[in-house]
Design a protein around this ligand. Structure first.
Ligand code: UDX
Ligand code: ADP
Length: 462
């Protein structure tokens, strides 16, 4: 029986997942470790509204379990030593150098974890891949553990996380399924069962699926690729809708009622963001290419190409609608996060749209209810289009939406935060330069109402 869990990586996946395991399994000690002292300090912060990650409901879960059987620490070796099961939940960004640059997943953090586990472990351990990884990574982890370890036995499991940010706690409480992949040997099956028993504390056993390791690893990539593909598919139709007079929301509703298609994930937008979709598809494309499967690779790459096109055409449309020049014009951004209810901005469409507009010398004023100013500066600088001081000349971060929109020529909705819907749009209109434009990248607002006020309103796919 698993009694002591260590999770390496206190990020968006490791933090909430372990908090829920600890809350649901008071008999298991769960220690989440990270090299980043600031992050650990934030997880240990007395004020639960200052946790490093914003997720609805997370504060309650952490508040209940922290100090009881949930601990956050930087003492990685100690936690590894004490654990029966170790989750690896570190970041696997797209490689920015060498072979596979821009496509393959960078596994250096994973390898470092494996080496650290091998060095420290003095008793048998179950090592669980939680981060999304290329198929067959488990083999690499196993090789490292078996060849550099202290002769103890390691079982490697794949247990990908399907939670979506913003609904992480809900998703963890009631997952559609839990997937656990392991070795087909009797020892592998035993390890799988031990992890099944952990989840069975709150998940119906029928919803816990067990497979071989490779199926589990590939299922995660496949799930993300299919989800992203749906968004790119509806976004491709949105452009056609704009040309033909069809309304993408009506089309989405009409096709979504077909039970074979289903209604979820058909919301047309300025483009998908987040840490997973692009990275995982690029990774899939890279793997397919490495096996010489060029048609498979090209097929999936198109999902990314479409998404890049969607972001770019949103900014192009703003520029052309504002009489082909945005130089010196103030454009308000409502939202910066890659979707609502999260402070995560990784790959957010807002970053790319802002970059395009700044290249045209627009003054961009951003308000996001959860994203810090430093993060917005970091995101723009990360693109390396221009220097930090140059970016700062063009971007202003406001502490509320009304100030962001004041004296603006146009408003762009980049994130579908609920609060934007309940703004006093008449007041915003009164304080803007005329004609006042709204470019709704999320199909969030009531266009008819805005047009009655006097706005010129444009939404994706209409
Ligand atoms: C995704 C997967 O959903 C999750 O299962 C996996 O574990 C991690 O990757 P996440 O990135 O948190 O989760 O968010 P998700 O809700 O999938 O949204 C991704 C992006 O697609 C967001 O930018 C979102 O705004 C966009 N999106 C989603 C749309 O534009 N339209 C939709 O209909 C759905
Ligand atoms: P994810 O979205 O996959 O959770 P994050 O970047 O939010 O990714 O979190 C990954 C965390 O893993 C980071 O906080 C990082 O500091 C941590 N990390 C990376 N490598 C190690 C390591 N070798 N030991 C401990 N923590 C690590």
């Amino acid at each position: 029986m698993i009694k002591n869990i260590c999770c390496i990586g206190a990020g968006y996946v490791g933090g909430p997942t372990m908090a829920v395991i600890a809350q649901k399994c008071p008999h298991i000690k769960v220690t989440v470790v990270d090299l980043n002292q600031d992050r650990i300090n934030a997880w240990n912060h007395e004020d639960l509204s200052l946790l490093p990650i914003y997720e609805p409901g997370l504060d309650t879960v952490v508040g209940e379990a922290r100090g009881r059987n949930l601990f956050f620490s930087t003492e990685v070796d100690k936690a590894i030593d004490e654990a029966d099961a170790i989750f690896i939940s570190v970041n696997t960004p797209t490689k920015t150098y060498g072979v596979g640059k821009g496509m393959a997943a960078d596994l250096k953090y994973i390898e470092l974890c494996a080496r650290q586990i091998a060095r420290v472990a003095k008793s048998d351990k179950i090592v669980i891949e939680k981060s999304t990884l290329p198929v067959r990574t488990a083999q690499a982890i196993k090789d490292i553990l078996d060849h550099t370890g202290n002769g103890v036995n390691f079982q490697i499991l794949s247990n990908p996380e399907f939670l979506a940010e913003g609904t992480a706690i809900e998703d963890l409480f009631a997952p559609d399924r839990v997937l656990i992949g392991g070795d087909t040997s009797p020892e592998g099956q035993k390890a799988i069962q031990k992890l099944v028993d952990v989840y069975a504390n709150w998940v119906n056993r029928d919803n816990i699926l067990t497979t071989n390791v490779w199926s589990s690893e590939l299922s995660k990539l496949t799930a993300n690729a299919f989800l992203a593909q749906r968004v790119s598919s509806i976004n491709a139709m949105s452009e056609l809708c704009e040309k033909t007079g069809a309304d993408v929301n009506e089309v989405a509703k009409a096709i979504g009622l077909d039970s074979r298609i289903g209604s979820k994930f058909l919301k047309s937008s300025v483009g998908f963001g987040g840490s997973c979709f692009q990275k995982d598809i690029l990774n899939l494309v890279y793997i397919a290419k490495s096996y010489g499967l060029n048609e498979v690779a090209d097929y999936w790459e198109q999902v990314i190409i479409m998404n890049d096109h969607q972001k770019r055409r949103f900014s192009k449309n703003i520029i052309s609608t504002l009489y082909n020049t945005v130089s010196g014009k103030k454009i308000a951004f409502l939202g910066w996060a890659f979707k609502k209810d999260t402070n995560d901005t990784r790959e957010s469409a807002a970053i790319y749209v802002a970059d395009d507009l700044i290249s045209e010398q627009a003054n961009v004023a951003v308000f996001d209810p959860k994203v810090e100013a430093d993060q917005i500066h970091f995101d723009l600088n990360y693109l390396e289009t221009r220097s930090d001081s140059e970016n700062k000349k063009y971007i202003a971060i406001e502490s509320n939406g009304y100030d962001a929109c004041k004296n603006a020529h146009a408003i762009a909705i980049l994130t579908e935060w609920d609060e934007f819907k309940s703004y006093d749009w008449q007041k915003i209109y009164d304080n803007m330069l005329k004609p006042a434009f709204v470019f709704d990248g999320r199909n969030l607002l009531d266009g008819e109402k805005l047009e009655k006020i006097g706005f010129i309103y444009q939404a994706i796919g209409k």
